[in-house]
Ligand binder design. Structure first.
Ligand code: GLN
Length: 468
């Protein structure tokens, strides 16, 4: 078995006993990527030389000492390219600093390694919006890996690397984790610093781990969580040890099944998998109750107003002057902006910028943006009410297993609708995790476990019970 296929706990004990070195793991990861990533295309770039140097200096006494972790290509790593899956930055941008999550991973001894593919600027659900390459689902060849952190999910599923970081604005960690059959955790808003993550929807974005198992997700969250003076939205709360009590079980817990999430639109076999997961937890002593999240039907419309609004503002920095590629021979300043943006951005990014600018424009602001903010509050209140009754909520991650590549090409609305089960957690700021269930016709399917704000310990515990 390759070292990249092992859990972090196994690697840690092998490192501690001296059976393997950090160099062994990094060399194995490099070899896996070189020999197998040509077909999967999970990584946009990787830098073996730097990683091997870091491996030789790794402090194995640290919690993630000497272990390589793949990084979504919208998180800055000092000295490495950061393309965001966009022509705008490809070949034209090298990160001048480490994102806080990278500083924290390094402080825990880990080696950030490889730049994982994504939908351009994290906009999408299939990684097919990457302007650089298309990633294949290693668990289901010919199918999409999900998105936008499709490269991060595929890299772990293909066992190219032990774990990766992704980012989740509306489901981009949980959905590809579900489609590829790995664990994906979106922390609560404010749990993890966003400093150095290229912003998409600043009030929604969170960085989180994609891993082989729930315990690994807890180990990485231990390393990356915590207040950061460089991100005013990171919270001044103590970071618990997320591995503690992981095996405590679900006995006595109340778990909710929201009736709005179990409609006829779901693939019946996906529904069956989620319902039998609930039964499994019930047999372990949990109480399963039906709950209601009445504003669910407005979540997609709300998200696709707020996220593009924030994106249109965040992406205004890409003007051909400050970052990335610049159009040649402009006639004047406006021409420089327009030509650089016309050539640099792909169609989905342009669509979001146009949508976002529209909903923020005077005259439409009240009708769309302000209204969406009000509905967002109602969605958050739905969860607050639900979490007065239950400890965690169980839902599907996606209405169906990973579709075939190209099947939603030219149909952005189909992609938007596929986010129905994941986006509410971002709008509310809650945490969520996807944990693999039995595949459906050979295609991976995940269970989504949603927890209250800062309720990561609860959902990790439930996730562990599902795995066990
Ligand atoms: N699929 C959603 C979108 O396209 C979510 C993306 C994300 O979480 N980054 O916006």
């Amino acid at each position: 078995m390759s070292l990249a296929s092992q859990s972090l706990t196994t690697l840690r004990s092998q490192l501690a006993s001296g059976d393997i070195s950090s160099r062994d793991i990094v060399e194995d990861t490099i070899a896996q990527i070189i020999s197998r990533d040509g077909e999967i295309r999970a990584f946009i770039s990787h830098d073996p030389e730097t990683a091997l140097q870091e491996a030789d200096q790794a402090d194995l006494s640290l919690p993630l000492g000497g272990i390589p972790i793949g990084i979504k290509d919208n998180i800055n790593v000092l000295g490495q390219p950061c393309t965001c899956g966009s022509k705008f930055l490809e070949g034209a941008y090298t990160s001048p600093y480490d994102a806080t999550v990278i500083t924290k991973l390094r402080a825990a001894g880990a080696i950030p390694y490889g730049r994982a593919n994504l939908d351009e600027f994290a906009m999408g659900s299939s990684t097919e919006n990457s302007a650089i390459q298309i990633t294949e689902n290693p668990a289901a060849p010919g199918h999409i890996p999900g998105g936008s952190s499709g490269g991060s999910a595929a890299a772990v599923a293909a066992k190219l690397i032990p774990a990766t970081l992704g980012s989740d604005t509306g489901g981009s960690i949980r959905q590809p984790a579900s489609h590829c059959g790995v664990v994906g955790l979106k922390p609560s808003y404010g749990r993890v610093s966003r400093y150095g993550l290229v912003a998409f929807g600043s009030s929604l974005d969170q960085i989180g781990p994609l891993t082989h198992c729930v315990e690994d997700a807890a180990l990485i969250l231990n390393a990356i969580a915590g207040e950061d003076p460089r991100d005013s939205t990171s919270l001044a709360v103590k970071t618990p040890d997320f591995t503690e009590g992981l095996d405590a079980g679900v006995s006595g817990m109340k778990l909710g099944l929201p009736k709005e999430y179990f409609t006829d639109d779901i693939d019946p076999e996906v529904r069956e998998r989620v319902e039998s997961a609930a039964k499994k937890l019930e047999s372990q002593g949990a109480e399963i109750v039906e709950i209601s999240l009445p504003h669910t039907e407005y979540a997609i419309a709300t998200y696709y107003i707020i996220a593009p609004a924030e994106a249109s503002s965040n992406l205004s920095r890409f003007d051909g002057v400050r970052y990335g590629n610049r159009a040649e021979n402009p006639a004047n300043m406006l021409d420089l902006y327009q030509n650089s943006r016309e050539a640099g951005f792909g169609s989905e990014v342009k669509r979001r910028i146009i949508l976002g600018t529209y909903v923020l424009s005077s005259g439409y602001y009240d009708a769309y943006y302000r209204k969406a903010q009000k509905v967002r509050t109602l969605i958050r209140q739905d969860f607050e009410n639900a979490f007065e009754q239950v400890d965690a909520i169980l839902t599907p991650v996606s209405t169906e297993p990973a579709p075939k590549m190209g099947s939603a090409a030219g149909n952005p609305l189909k992609h938007y609708l596929a986010d129905i089960f994941t986006i509410s957690a971002n709008l509310a700021g809650n945490c969520g995790i996807s944990v693999p269930l039995e595949p459906v016709k050979g295609l991976p399917v995940g269970l989504q476990i949603l927890g209250p704000h800062l309720g990561e310990q609860t959902i990790l515990k439930v996730g562990r019970a599902i795995e066990g």
